[in-house]
Design a protein around this ligand. Sequence first.
Ligand code: G3P
Length: 225
Amino acid sequence: MKFFLDTANLSELKQGAAWGVVDGVTTNPTLIAREGVPMEQQIRDICNIVDGPVSAEVVSTDVEGIVREGTALAAIHPNIVVKAPMTRNGIAAASIMSRKGIRVNVTLCFTVGQALLAAKAGAWCVSPFVGRLDDLGDSGMDLIRDICLVYKNYGFPTQVLAASLRSPLHVVEAAKAGAHIATMPFKVLDALFNHPLTDKGLDQFLKDYAKAFPGESSARQSGSQ
Ligand code: G3P
């Protein structure tokens, strides 16, 4: 499973990249607006931090506008994936851009039928929003499972990018459901590290070693040996 960070914040991306576990990035107009830097500049900076697919979303809603904007976004960097909305115009534009060799992420997907349309349009990936369905009392994870099954049945190459993930459990459940990619906010990636027994165990190991070899362990930590 690939891990993407769902953020446009450069410090979060730098930290994720330093851990060596971030395969790509997803952004949306809300996330870009939060950083206060116009789309093109922010996307360029993101591409300089993470070496992997970076989703940049169009804000046009007509076919011609989506294609024009998407083509310009794709020209910023070879890693750009153009995010287009799951609308009639978005799907028409996704078909055009996919045929031109531009990778498209069809976003705001909430049904298997919509995911089928994204695959038919030749999308590189589809983004079903797990958390937003859960918010309505529906099951976001059932949607991920069903899309993976249907895509497998027909050998569609479109990847399932589980989006709107809100917790480490969401990430694990998306992996079990077969999603190719999980995109998550930084705080969810950070939370994946945590377990009290890891902290407790490490604390004990270090204490035991330091007790047995008092001088050596502090010298090792300072890098002098
Ligand atoms: O980037 C789209 C998606 O991941 C948004 O998540 O938490 O706003 O539903 P959320």
